[in-house]
Design a protein around this ligand. Structure first.
Ligand code: ZN
Length: 216
Protein backbone atom coordinates (compact mmCIF):
# COMPACT_ATOMS: atom_id res chain seq x y z
CA UNK A 1 0.00 0.00 0.00
CA UNK A 2 2.81 2.39 0.83
CA UNK A 3 4.34 1.59 -2.55
CA UNK A 4 1.07 2.35 -4.32
CA UNK A 5 0.69 5.60 -2.39
CA UNK A 6 4.11 6.79 -3.42
CA UNK A 7 3.41 5.95 -7.06
CA UNK A 8 0.11 7.86 -7.03
CA UNK A 9 1.28 10.80 -4.92
CA UNK A 10 2.28 13.83 -6.89
CA UNK A 11 0.31 12.86 -9.99
CA UNK A 12 -1.96 15.49 -11.47
CA UNK A 13 -5.18 15.17 -13.44
CA UNK A 14 -4.63 14.98 -17.19
CA UNK A 15 -6.76 16.44 -19.98
CA UNK A 16 -9.03 13.37 -20.02
CA UNK A 17 -9.84 13.92 -16.32
CA UNK A 18 -10.59 17.58 -17.04
CA UNK A 19 -12.82 16.84 -20.04
CA UNK A 20 -14.88 14.39 -17.98
CA UNK A 21 -15.03 16.95 -15.16
CA UNK A 22 -16.44 19.53 -17.60
CA UNK A 23 -18.98 16.95 -18.77
CA UNK A 24 -20.05 16.50 -15.13
CA UNK A 25 -20.54 20.26 -14.67
CA UNK A 26 -23.93 21.48 -16.00
CA UNK A 27 -22.76 25.00 -16.88
CA UNK A 28 -19.70 23.68 -18.74
CA UNK A 29 -21.51 20.98 -20.75
CA UNK A 30 -24.35 23.29 -21.75
CA UNK A 31 -23.11 23.74 -25.32
CA UNK A 32 -22.54 20.08 -26.09
CA UNK A 33 -25.20 18.34 -23.99
CA UNK A 34 -27.94 20.88 -23.19
CA UNK A 35 -30.54 18.17 -22.56
CA UNK A 36 -28.45 16.02 -20.25
CA UNK A 37 -30.32 15.92 -16.95
CA UNK A 38 -27.52 14.21 -15.13
CA UNK A 39 -23.98 13.01 -15.83
CA UNK A 40 -22.35 10.63 -13.37
CA UNK A 41 -18.70 9.71 -13.60
CA UNK A 42 -18.12 6.22 -12.18
CA UNK A 43 -14.42 5.56 -11.80
CA UNK A 44 -12.50 2.39 -10.98
CA UNK A 45 -9.42 4.45 -10.13
CA UNK A 46 -8.41 5.01 -6.51
CA UNK A 47 -6.06 7.92 -7.16
CA UNK A 48 -8.60 10.69 -6.46
CA UNK A 49 -7.65 12.50 -9.69
CA UNK A 50 -11.22 12.68 -11.02
CA UNK A 51 -12.36 14.60 -7.93
CA UNK A 52 -9.27 16.78 -8.13
CA UNK A 53 -10.05 17.61 -11.77
CA UNK A 54 -13.66 18.45 -10.90
CA UNK A 55 -12.49 20.74 -8.15
CA UNK A 56 -10.12 22.46 -10.58
CA UNK A 57 -12.62 23.01 -13.40
CA UNK A 58 -15.81 23.68 -11.44
CA UNK A 59 -14.64 24.75 -7.99
CA UNK A 60 -16.56 21.92 -6.31
CA UNK A 61 -14.69 20.18 -3.50
CA UNK A 62 -16.93 17.13 -3.46
CA UNK A 63 -19.57 15.94 -5.81
CA UNK A 64 -22.43 13.53 -6.23
CA UNK A 65 -21.49 13.36 -9.90
CA UNK A 66 -18.38 11.26 -9.23
CA UNK A 67 -18.56 7.78 -7.73
CA UNK A 68 -15.24 6.17 -6.79
CA UNK A 69 -16.43 2.57 -6.91
CA UNK A 70 -13.13 1.19 -5.65
CA UNK A 71 -12.62 3.88 -3.03
CA UNK A 72 -9.90 6.46 -2.63
CA UNK A 73 -6.33 5.77 -1.60
CA UNK A 74 -6.16 9.02 0.34
CA UNK A 75 -9.06 8.15 2.65
CA UNK A 76 -9.14 5.84 5.65
CA UNK A 77 -12.23 4.04 6.98
CA UNK A 78 -13.10 2.20 10.18
CA UNK A 79 -13.00 -1.60 10.01
CA UNK A 80 -15.98 -1.97 12.38
CA UNK A 81 -19.07 -2.97 10.40
CA UNK A 82 -21.36 -0.77 12.48
CA UNK A 83 -19.14 2.31 12.27
CA UNK A 84 -19.15 4.61 9.25
CA UNK A 85 -16.13 6.73 10.20
CA UNK A 86 -14.01 7.88 7.26
CA UNK A 87 -11.51 10.68 6.93
CA UNK A 88 -8.83 11.98 4.63
CA UNK A 89 -5.33 10.71 5.27
CA UNK A 90 -2.68 11.89 2.88
CA UNK A 91 0.24 10.72 5.05
CA UNK A 92 2.63 8.27 3.46
CA UNK A 93 2.70 5.74 5.02
CA UNK A 94 -0.68 6.25 6.72
CA UNK A 95 1.05 5.82 10.11
CA UNK A 96 4.74 5.89 11.13
CA UNK A 97 4.71 2.19 12.19
CA UNK A 98 4.24 1.17 8.55
CA UNK A 99 7.35 3.05 7.45
CA UNK A 100 9.79 0.74 5.68
CA UNK A 101 7.39 -2.20 5.41
CA UNK A 102 7.42 -2.00 1.61
CA UNK A 103 11.16 -2.71 1.76
CA UNK A 104 10.56 -5.77 3.96
CA UNK A 105 7.89 -7.00 1.51
CA UNK A 106 10.25 -6.41 -1.41
CA UNK A 107 12.80 -8.59 0.36
CA UNK A 108 10.35 -11.50 0.36
CA UNK A 109 8.56 -11.28 3.72
CA UNK A 110 5.03 -10.54 2.52
CA UNK A 111 3.57 -10.21 6.02
CA UNK A 112 5.82 -7.96 8.10
CA UNK A 113 4.77 -7.81 11.75
CA UNK A 114 3.51 -4.44 12.96
CA UNK A 115 2.20 -4.10 16.51
CA UNK A 116 -1.55 -3.50 16.50
CA UNK A 117 -1.18 -0.69 19.04
CA UNK A 118 0.93 1.27 16.57
CA UNK A 119 -1.64 1.09 13.77
CA UNK A 120 -4.21 3.90 13.34
CA UNK A 121 -7.44 3.47 15.31
CA UNK A 122 -10.91 4.93 14.88
CA UNK A 123 -11.37 8.13 16.93
CA UNK A 124 -15.17 7.73 17.19
CA UNK A 125 -16.38 7.59 20.79
CA UNK A 126 -16.83 4.00 21.96
CA UNK A 127 -15.29 2.53 18.78
CA UNK A 128 -11.50 2.51 18.66
CA UNK A 129 -11.31 -0.26 16.05
CA UNK A 130 -8.55 -0.32 13.46
CA UNK A 131 -8.66 2.01 10.49
CA UNK A 132 -7.85 0.79 6.98
CA UNK A 133 -7.27 2.42 3.61
CA UNK A 134 -10.71 3.17 2.18
CA UNK A 135 -10.17 1.17 -0.99
CA UNK A 136 -11.89 -1.98 -2.22
CA UNK A 137 -9.59 -4.98 -1.96
CA UNK A 138 -9.72 -7.89 -4.38
CA UNK A 139 -12.85 -9.93 -3.70
CA UNK A 140 -14.67 -7.12 -1.88
CA UNK A 141 -17.89 -5.60 -3.15
CA UNK A 142 -17.47 -2.29 -4.99
CA UNK A 143 -18.89 0.75 -3.24
CA UNK A 144 -22.35 2.03 -4.20
CA UNK A 145 -22.74 -0.80 -6.72
CA UNK A 146 -26.54 -0.96 -6.41
CA UNK A 147 -26.80 2.76 -7.16
CA UNK A 148 -24.36 2.44 -10.07
CA UNK A 149 -26.38 -0.37 -11.64
CA UNK A 150 -29.61 1.60 -11.23
CA UNK A 151 -27.97 4.59 -12.96
CA UNK A 152 -26.77 2.34 -15.79
CA UNK A 153 -30.26 0.97 -16.28
CA UNK A 154 -31.70 4.43 -16.95
CA UNK A 155 -28.74 5.97 -18.81
CA UNK A 156 -29.20 7.18 -22.39
CA UNK A 157 -25.48 7.10 -23.02
CA UNK A 158 -22.52 5.34 -21.45
CA UNK A 159 -18.92 6.34 -22.19
CA UNK A 160 -16.44 3.57 -21.38
CA UNK A 161 -13.13 5.39 -21.05
CA UNK A 162 -9.64 3.95 -20.78
CA UNK A 163 -10.45 0.52 -19.43
CA UNK A 164 -9.96 -2.97 -20.76
CA UNK A 165 -13.44 -3.70 -19.35
CA UNK A 166 -12.29 -6.98 -17.86
CA UNK A 167 -13.12 -6.39 -14.22
CA UNK A 168 -16.55 -7.39 -12.96
CA UNK A 169 -18.96 -5.86 -12.12
CA UNK A 170 -17.89 -2.68 -13.94
CA UNK A 171 -17.59 -4.65 -17.16
CA UNK A 172 -21.32 -5.46 -17.04
CA UNK A 173 -22.46 -1.82 -16.85
CA UNK A 174 -22.55 -1.17 -20.63
CA UNK A 175 -24.84 -4.19 -21.01
CA UNK A 176 -27.30 -2.67 -18.51
CA UNK A 177 -27.29 0.56 -20.53
CA UNK A 178 -27.90 -1.22 -23.84
CA UNK A 179 -30.60 -3.45 -22.38
CA UNK A 180 -32.67 -0.34 -21.77
CA UNK A 181 -32.06 1.17 -25.19
CA UNK A 182 -29.10 3.36 -24.24
CA UNK A 183 -26.00 3.76 -26.41
CA UNK A 184 -22.42 2.85 -25.56
CA UNK A 185 -19.25 4.60 -26.75
CA UNK A 186 -15.84 3.09 -26.01
CA UNK A 187 -12.69 5.23 -25.78
CA UNK A 188 -9.52 3.20 -25.45
CA UNK A 189 -6.04 2.75 -26.86
CA UNK A 190 -6.94 -0.66 -28.23
CA UNK A 191 -9.93 -2.87 -28.91
CA UNK A 192 -11.50 -4.31 -25.76
CA UNK A 193 -13.59 -7.40 -25.09
CA UNK A 194 -16.67 -5.23 -25.24
CA UNK A 195 -15.90 -3.27 -28.39
CA UNK A 196 -18.29 -5.54 -30.29
CA UNK A 197 -21.16 -4.47 -28.05
CA UNK A 198 -20.41 -0.76 -28.44
CA UNK A 199 -22.31 1.60 -30.73
CA UNK A 200 -19.12 3.60 -31.28
CA UNK A 201 -15.46 2.76 -30.69
CA UNK A 202 -12.84 5.53 -30.64
CA UNK A 203 -9.32 4.14 -30.61
CA UNK A 204 -6.43 6.31 -29.52
CA UNK A 205 -5.31 8.38 -26.55
CA UNK A 206 -8.33 9.28 -24.41
CA UNK A 207 -7.00 12.80 -23.77
CA UNK A 208 -7.18 13.53 -27.50
CA UNK A 209 -10.18 11.45 -28.54
CA UNK A 210 -12.49 12.61 -25.75
CA UNK A 211 -11.81 16.24 -26.60
CA UNK A 212 -12.27 15.66 -30.32
CA UNK A 213 -15.51 13.69 -30.01
CA UNK A 214 -17.17 15.57 -27.15
CA UNK A 215 -15.97 19.04 -28.09
CA UNK A 216 -15.14 19.86 -24.48
ZN1 ZN B 1 -15.10 3.23 14.13
Amino acid sequence: MAYLLSRVRGKSPNEAHRILARLCTPSLRQNVAPNAERVTHVTQNVDGLSLEALSAVSGLSSSESIIEMHGNLFNVACTAHDCSYTSKNTDNPICPALGGTEKIVAEGNTEPIVKRAFLPHCPEKGCGQLLRPDVVWFGERPKHIEMIIELAKVADLCLVVGTSSLVQPASRLPAYVRANGGKVAVFNMEQTNHSDEADWVFLGGCEVELGRVLGL
